[in-house]
Design a protein around this ligand. Structure first.
Ligand code: GLU
Length: 462
């Protein structure tokens, strides 16, 4: 591996039911950035918060990334040169590094009980002080600490943040960001259950896994000074940081379940195509240099520049995504769309028939889920009719269709002639025909649809 290889990662915590759309966004940017620099994108699972662990979450996260089409070069499922890629399998390492920091005076054992800490927080709240550990155990002598450990007292290891000074880091798209050390909490690094906190785990692993660029959501900005201190204390060079803007609901609030679907699986279930989702995500805080709205990940790789990411809150608008999805439905070959529809409906509809109906309905579709209501009548007789049928007008149509050739032009001619003879309006007869054959008053072009249904089936419906 070259010294200056670009290596990026996402480090999801398996605490939700699936991959969050915001994480899909971060994954896309990390992937595109790595590939555009000839580097590697990897996945690490940060499963150290056992209280929030959700069984099956990791697997669904990986499946959703695969479904989206964001491949990783290393990860918990495929291994790699820095395995294991699941933090719960790396506990020994974190312990070793935490103890190393204690030895160098940059961390200390803390034996404070939950009771004491909660009382301390309440006092701070009452006095309008920021909720921070009061550094009591930092004053413990080596001997005291050794005794407490020997007595089996529960402990955590905390970061020894300097009382004075400022910690600054550079963000590629936001510039320098500084925090006063006196406002940085003596963060727990190693918990009493032997698991690291996010802060220790993330720094140790990003360093050991040779991550060159950390591209993550802006919600982590306030954690970064703690990470910078850790890099300094370990004597490691920090990676480049990029904090992406968070996706927002249309009212600018943080993307939330109440206002929008947030899981990738929800979008799959609603009939969105992975290509369309990635295309839309790409445009969230970045614009194609030629102003294009529709472009592939491959094309993004060619023109992407992380420095041109905008930090203003991007709105994730499902209506816009639906529009892009519709564009993709019309762009992909019908042989592929056929398979997508077939899979989406779990094999309910015949593939050949799907392919023949696609040209008739695709113009009206924005998601795969709309296929069923537009084209379901090709596969099943209508169970109900949108409005009552005028039998007289309908019989005019069905008589006309008994003997004509079963192609669009001949059918049209036959119906128009019969309609004229009966003194009716062609428009009305076509409407009765549509409702009887499809159950609905609007739908794909009628006579082309009847061509596909065939004479026998059509007449029997009439
Ligand atoms: N485990 C963190 C998460 O849940 C990773 C944040 C980071 O990328 O550093 O997103």
């Amino acid at each position: 591996m070259l010294m200056n290889t670009v290596r990026t990662r996402i480090a999801p915590s398996p605490t939700g039911q699936d991959l969050h759309i915001g994480n899909a966004y971060t994954a896309l940017i990390n992937y595109v950035f790595a590939v555009s620099h000839g580097g590697q994108f990897l996945i690490r699972i940060e499963d150290t918060d056992r209280t929030r662990f959700v069984e099956g979450s990791e697997q669904r996260i990986l499946e959703s990334l695969k479904w989206l089409g964001i491949p990783h070069a290393e990860g918990p499922d495929i291994g790699g040169p820095f395995a294991p890629y699941r933090q719960s399998e790396r506990l020994e390492l974190y312990k070793k590094y935490a103890e190393e920091l204690v030895d160098t005076g940059h961390a200390y054992y803390c034996f404070c009980t939950a009771d004491r800490l909660s009382k301390m927080r309440k006092d701070q709240e009452a006095n309008h002080k920021p909720p921070m550990y009061d550094k009591k155990c930092r004053a413990n002598s080596k001997q005291q600490t050794a005794n407490s450990i020997k007595n089996g007292e529960k402990y955590v290891i905390r970061l020894n943040v300097p009382d004075e000074g400022v910690t600054t880091f550079h963000d590629e798209i936001r510039g320098d960001i500084s925090f006063e050390n006196k406002l940085i909490d003596d963060q727990v690094l190693l918990k009493s259950d032997g698991y690291p906190t996010y802060h220790l785990g993330v720094v140790v692993d990003d360093h050991l896994m040779k991550i060159s660029h950390i591209i993550r959501g802006e919600e982590w900005i306030s954690s970064t000074p703690k990470h910078i201190l850790l890099y300094q204390f370990f004597g490691w060079t920090p990676p480049v940081f990029v904090h992406m803007p968070l996706l927002r609901n249309s009212d600018k609030s943080k993307l939330s379940k109440r206002k929008n679907p947030v899981w990738v699986g929800d979008y799959k279930a609603k009939g969105f195509l992975p290509e369309a989702i990635l295309n839309y995500l790409a445009t969230m805080a970045w614009a194609h240099p030629e102003g294009k709205e529709i472009f592939s990940v491959l094309e993004m790789v060619r023109v992407f520049d992380v420095k041109s990411i905008q930090t203003t809150a991007p709105i994730f608008d499902v209506e816009k995504l639906r529009w892009i999805n519709g564009e993709y439905l019309r762009k992909i070959q019908s042989s592929r769309l056929k398979v997508q529809i077939y899979d989406f409906y779990n094999g309910k509809y015949d593939q050949n028939l799907i392919e023949r109906t696609i040209p008739l309905v695709v113009e009206r579709m924005k998601t795969l889920a709309e296929y069923g209501s537009l084209a379901g009548f090709f596969f099943e007789r209508p169970q109900e009719y949108e409005r009552p049928i005028n039998k007289e007008l309908l019989s005019t149509a069905s008589h006309a269709l008994q003997h004509c050739d079963w192609i669009h032009d001949a059918m049209e001619k036959a119906i128009r002639e019969a309609t004229e003879k009966a003194g009716a309006k062609a428009k009305d007869v076509f409407m009765e025909l549509r409702v009887a054959a499809t159950g609905k008053t609007v739908g794909p072009p009628l006579l082309e649809s009847l061509e596909i249904l065939g004479r026998e089936e059509t007449l029997s419906r009439l």
